[in-house]
Design a protein around this ligand. Structure first.
Ligand code: GDP
Ligand code: MG
Length: 161
């Protein structure tokens, strides 16, 4: 029973992914969502908003002292963002791999940043960097009621419902 519970928990790992303002403006939302769907992750939360400075200063609190911090806030408030919660086995680490290195110059082709961006100040996408960080960020961006638990049609025994 314990084993079953652990397996369920592992399957329910969640991460926060966001298409940043440049990604939205460049019409990349669909392609980015497609990559996560195609990989096999489950979309359990999705919204579009203009993030406030207050929210972003909380989200990026660890970067407060960095020289690029104010530019980062200006970037992130330059237009709407699309924020998502994705769920599945090892989703935090796999998402980081799919997104690629923070600096697009070091992100291999095949990653979101490696395919769609050239400069660290406009790197298209965000993904949480740890399970704990993901939990913190999900709570920050989403209300619990806006994250949905749903089952797949291909995991139920009949279509006659
Ligand atoms: P991430 O987790 O890969 O997004 O990277 P970090 O958490 O270290 O930084 C957050 C975001 O700040 C990055 O995605 C970039 O948009 C931005 N950033 C990080 N480093 C730099 C930098 O050296 N210069 C500039 N202009 N922006 C940076
Ligand atoms: Mg980060």
């Amino acid at each position: 029973k314990k084993k079953k519970l652990a397996a369920l928990k592992d399957f329910r790992e969640r991460t926060l992914v966001a298409v940043k303002p440049d990604g939205v403006q460049r019409r990349l939302v669909g392609q980015i969502i497609q990559r996560f769907e195609q990989r096999g992750f489950k979309l359990v939360g999705l919204k579009m908003l203009e993030a406030s400075e207050e929210l972003l200063s909380e989200h990026y609190c660890e970067l407060r002292m960095k020289p690029f911090y104010h530019g980062l806030l200006r970037y992130m408030t330059s237009g709407p963002v699309v924020v998502m919660v994705w769920e599945g086995h090892n989703v935090v680490q796999t998402s980081r791999t799919m997104v690629g290195h923070t600096n697009p110059a070091e992100a291999p082709a095949g990653t979101v940043r490696g395919d769609f961006s050239i400069h660290v100040s406009r790197n298209v996408v965000h993904a949480s960097d740890s399970v704990e960080g993901a939990q913190r960020e999900i709570q920050l961006w989403f209300q619990e009621k806006d994250i949905l638990n749903w089952d797949c049609c291909d995991q139920t025994s009949t279509g006659d419902v």
